[in-house]
Write a protein that binds this ligand. Structure first.
Ligand code: NAP
Length: 461
């Protein structure tokens, strides 16, 4: 083997249009899928394998050689092998000296090892230039070409030139490289594919908990209470009536919870007189999942709209309307149109429609494809100003709907308030405090603090 020739090949600039040979160690699922994609993109591929026998699974135009022989043919070697087998690379240290080694490995658990796989590889082969890349792309997506949702490839490494060479390959494969910096970022990149909707956990658990609570609250008041005291069996309320009570309540509370952390943040900043101190962890985490809370709220609001639209189709609704008409006929008396009621019902519907429209607008602007096309001020205008307007409309929708009977004693079965009353507590509190915060005497110092002014600079340490 000619050691020198293999080392001078490392990092040699590509002067012709012909793509440089890429070596892949490992003919497993990922190695084969990546090799296939590389050959399609014009890269000659040579595999380094324990067995040099060509199987029909291996891409047709690829060569399969022993590890050392294959490594000599390329400046870039992709290590498509699990971390636990990396020790077999140590005897190849001389052949791999000066070469770019691309670590694409993942682990089974978050932070499984004290150091990342890429750092481990760099420690085993200090003469090579290790770059982390491709671990967030799946073999299946590479093979089937369904990479639309995951075109981004995180790349990190200590050698800038080596990183550039890998990023060029990423681009040539039709993917988008995202430079995450030095090899220190490898741990985070390796943890990335193991995360399961990290930002959604808190919003989902909170929504499930609150939904279960309100659902059973309604079952107790609307079904059990009515059965015990009025001897009416309204158990079918479980299908539509109760969900159509719980959904708007959840939508309103979650929408208010999107704006509540901002209120807490403003109060904390006013109290501390500086913006240069970290918020408590719980508030930071809450702020980070506001978008998810808003989207779940939108889902509840949409369900409420659908449940409301099907109301006329329900047997219970036609029975109740029929009962009203029959009672008028039996009494030979036509009920006059109650104008106050007509106003209230039209107003609450109009407020609900406007609130829902703004809700949908907020949801649409939170989509990356839309938010990427508006500037920061426009985004803030929609999410903050229109968001508060949506909260006002939805709160008013609930108030107008139940306003006249919220205070009636019949609304308090077993001394418990109706869920609509409960649903108004957080939104009303948010709106009242927000109103106080935008008073000029409070808004002015708050704006100053947010622009960097400090009441007592010693707190900025
Ligand atoms: P795989 O199908 O099990 O292939 C691993 C390959 O490693 C084997 O085919 C074998 O190749 C080689 N190998 C196994 N034991 C070895 C040993 N003792 N010494 C030397 N080489 C050995 O696994 P894979 O799915 O391709 O995954 C390979 C790496 O890619 C893993 O680190 C994984 O985390 C990462 N990855 C996989 C995916 C995916 O979707 N599969 C996605 C991202 C990252 P030879 O028989 O040719 O020697």
């Amino acid at each position: 083997m000619n050691k020198n020739s293999s080392n001078t090949m490392a990092l040699a600039p590509n002067t012709s249009n012909k793509r440089e040979t890429v070596c892949i160690f490992g003919t497993g699922d990922f190695g084969r899928a990546l090799g296939h994609k590389m050959i399609q993109s014009g890269y000659p591929v040579v595999y380094g394998s324990r067995s040099t026998q060509i199987s029909n699974l291996i891409p047709k135009d690829a060569e399969v050689l022993g590890h050392a022989e294959a490594a000599q043919k390329a400046a870039i070697i992709i290590i498509a092998i699990q971390r636990q087998h990396y020790n077999f690379l140590t005897p190849l240290a001389e052949v791999l000296r000066g070469k770019v080694l691309v670590d694409i490995s993942n682990n089974l658990k978050l932070n499984q090892y004290p150091e990342s796989n890429a750092e481990h590889l760099a420690q085993l082969l200090p003469g090579s230039k290790v770059v982390k890349a491709f671990n967030t792309v799946s073999a299946w997506a590479l093979q089937s070409g369904t990479l639309d949702a995951s075109r981004q490839v995180f790349v990190c490494g200590d050698d800038v030139e080596a990183k550039q060479m890998v990023m060029n390959i990423v681009r040539a494969l039709g993917l988008t490289p995202l430079d995450k910096g030095s090899l220190l970022a490898a741990q985070e990149i390796e943890n990335y594919p193991l995360q399961l909707f990290p930002m959604w956990k808190f919003p989902i658990f909170l929504s499930l908990g609150l939904t279960a609570f309100f659902f059973f609250y309604c079952v107790v008041l609307d079904i059990i209470y009515t059965y015990i005291y009025e001897n009416n069996n309204f158990s079918f309320f479980i299908a539509i009536t109760i969900p159509n009570r719980v959904c708007p309540v959840m939508a309103l509370i979650l929408l208010a919870l999107v704006y509540l952390p901002g209120i807490f943040a403003a109060i904390i900043q006013l109290y501390r007189g500086t913006k240069y101190r970290r918020f408590p962890d719980w508030l930071d985490k809450w702020m980070l999942c506001r978008k998810q809370l808003g989207l779940i709220a939108l889902a509840f609001a949409s369900l409420h709209a659908v449940f409301t639209l099907v109301t006329p189709l329900r047997a219970f609704a036609s029975w109740r309307t029929g009962k009203g008409i029959i009672s008028q006929v039996l009494n030979n008396k036509t009920e006059p149109l109650d104008h106050t009621n007509a106003w209230l019902s039209d107003s609450y519907l109009a407020l609900g429609i406007l609130g829902f429209f703004l809700f949908v607008l907020l949801g649409i602007t939170s989509l990356p494809s839309v938010s990427n096309n508006v500037n920061w001020r426009e985004f803030r205008f929609v999410q903050s100003k229109l968001g508060y307007l949506a909260l006002i409309f939805c709160t008013a929708h609930t108030l107008v709907y139940g306003g006249k009977w919220f205070l009636s004693p019949s609304a308090y079965k077993w001394y418990l308030p109706n869920i609509y009353i409960l649903s108004l507590i957080i939104p009303c509190a948010v709106l009242v405090v927000k109103f106080v915060l935008i008073l000029p005497c409070i808004d002015k110092p708050l704006t100053q603090i947010r622009q960097g002014w400090e009441r007592n600079p010693k707190y900025s340490k």
